[in-house]
Design a protein around this ligand. Structure first.
Ligand code: NAD
Length: 500
């Protein structure tokens, strides 16, 4: 049988399943309110059985692929099947993913930690719960409308089809789960090339999601994963004609590679978020917030505070405030020594970068490198450095935060803008002066700008608004939602249907 015939058969099967679900007339029962799926059971040994009575057979892959062509083909079949379903059924698929994230957060968080060995164990599960509780779904989609003498025009947010997805090792499953909810809510399917360091948990999570969706809706492979990902398989996805859009979450290398592909790419690239503390700030609050944001998952978050600029007037008080909240202060010599161990110097005109061995390390592990011990409860190291220090210039992704003493507020902002490197990601200020907030906001020009809170408040944790694991700072879409993964289609009725 040729590949085309295979595809036709798969399409027919999905189509039959679709009609069983929706009724042969194509009508779908109206669904009011939020669609809530039944609790998700653990996958059964012997294979899943869809609620429509279709047993999972040898043909079910549950999103596990080694070959990019097969993955794209299967995701395309799944996406066409999804488009024959109601919006309520899309929401059910999203809900199933959310439920697995919450109900299996402990086990999946443990798996992710054991496999990646980066970050803080407890936060691995917490991040999944957050996806489960907050990832926006179908209701986030909007339709624009024009009504006038010439009738009615709608602008609808339509899916692209199959989206090629790259995820980072720092949040392997949370990023995949969050992307999947956003993309499926918008009517897409996805093929993911996870970071090799987190490929096991990504593939396992995708399997659980696909199994649950298949059991409930009879659609398999909406979330397809390359189980043995390489740079080459990423490249194949980048240029595959069946992939219409790319969604990249990672560092500068992968963002540059995706942008060269010739495809539209939504890029959630690196950050190096600066934090400024001026003389008017509530220093106790600033210290609590810096600690909360900077230590989350051992500083792995792209939006976490990575360096702090403090004006000289409150320098001593701010350093004391940091110690009061439990951060351990290092001498400048110790900061230099640790910088030599944990940061790789800049090459080829780039920025210094984190030594992978220490990314997401516990503060105790970092202290051991200096031959010192710190209290078990200490979550963060900090110390004074110059503004050009490697810990200031590198996206260190480890809980050691450089503090720079600045002569004036203006100098602090100047250093902050320089350290942000034009990534346009996140910046934070602690101040009671609105003119300082405004001046820094204009100067840094970042996607997220947080005032008087921890960085994570800018991503829905403790601040208003939704959150997400792909902050598209590099290409300007902001924190990704279902709308991010749509294209506009216009539907025009001329000279009629305007009823006023
Ligand atoms: P990384 O850049 O090493 O890897 C990210 C992904 O890109 C991985 O899947 C990797 O296999 C792939 N990759 C790397 N180089 C590639 C290339 N040349 N071609 C194709 N694929 C390639 O990053 P990481 O260590 O996994 O994650 C940390 C980085 O991601 C940090 O820079 C962080 O700021 C960024 N990040 C950004 C966001 C955001 O929302 N903006 C979220 C999480 C992480």
């Amino acid at each position: 049988m040729t590949q085309v015939d295979d595809r036709l058969v798969q399409d027919m099967v999905q189509s039959v399943l679709s009609h069983i679900q929706t009724g042969w007339g194509g009508r779908v029962a109206p669904v009011t309110g939020q669609a809530v799926a039944a609790p998700v059971s653990a996958p059964r040994a012997g294979g899943a059985v869809a609620t429509n009575g279709t047993p999972a057979g040898a043909g079910n892959k549950f999103g596990q692929f080694t070959d990019v062509n097969e993955a794209v083909e299967a995701a395309a079949v799944a996406q066409r099947a999804l488009m024959r379903r109601s919006l309520a059924q899309r929401e059910i698929a999203c809900d199933l993913i959310r439920q697995i994230c919450v109900q299996q957060a402990d086990r999946l968080g443990e798996m992710e930690y054991e496999e990646t060995r980066v970050g803080h164990r407890a936060h691995k599960s917490e991040k999944l719960v957050l996806v489960g509780q907050t990832a926006p779904g179908v209701k986030f989609l909007r339709t624009e409308c024009f009504s006038g003498d010439h009738g009615i025009t709608l602008e609808e947010h339509a899916p692209w089809g199959v989206i090629g997805v790259i995820t980072p090792v720092t949040h392997s499953l949370p990023t995949l789960a969050n992307n999947a909810v956003n993309m499926i809510a918008a009517g897409n399917s996805l093929v993911c090339n996870p970071h090799p360091g987190g490929k096991g948990v990504a593939a396992h999570g995708a399997k659980l999601f696909n199994q649950a969706i298949y059991e409930k809706l009879g659609i398999d492979n909406l979330i397809s994963v390359i189980t043995q990902p390489t740079i080459e398989s990423a490249q194949e996805i980048f240029v595959h004609p069946g992939v219409r859009l790319l969604s990249i979450t990672g560092g500068p290398g992968v963002v540059a590679a995706a942008m060269k592909s010739g495809k539209r790419a939504i890029c959630a690239g690196p950050g190096n978020p600066p934090c400024v503390v001026d003389a008017s700030a509530d220093l106790d609050n600033a210290a609590r917030c810096i600690l909360e944001g900077a230590v989350y998952d051992n500083n792995l978050l792209c939006l976490s505070e990575k360096e702090v600029f403090v004006v000289a007037d409150v320098w001593d008080a701010m350093m004391s405030a940091m110690e009061s909240v439990g951060a351990c202060r290092l001498t400048s010599q110790q900061m230099d020594q640790l910088g030599r161990i944990c940061i790789t110097p800049a090459r080829d005109g780039g920025h210094p970068s984190a030594n992978r061995k220490f990314v997401g390390a516990e503060p105790q592990v970092l202290a051991e490198q200096l031959g010192i011990s710190i209290p078990a409860g200490c979550r963060m190291l900090f110390g004074q450095t110059e503004p050009d220090h490697v810990f200031v210039q590198a996206e260190q992704m480890m809980p050691v935060i450089p503090f720079v003493r600045c002569a004036t507020f203006e100098q602090a902002v100047e250093f902050a803008v320089q350290a942000e490197h034009g990534f346009g990601h996140t910046a934070i200020i602690h101040s009671r002066l609105v003119d300082h907030m405004t001046a820094m906001g204009k100067a840094v020009d970042t996607t997220i700008f947080v005032k008087n809170g921890p960085s994570v408040a800018g991503d829905g944790s403790g601040g208003e608004g939704y959150g997400g694991y792909s902050i598209a700072c590099s290409t300007g879409e902001g924190i990704a939602t279902p709308m991010t993964y749509t294209r506009l289609r216009r539907c025009v009725l001329v000279d009629n249907l305007r009823i006023i």
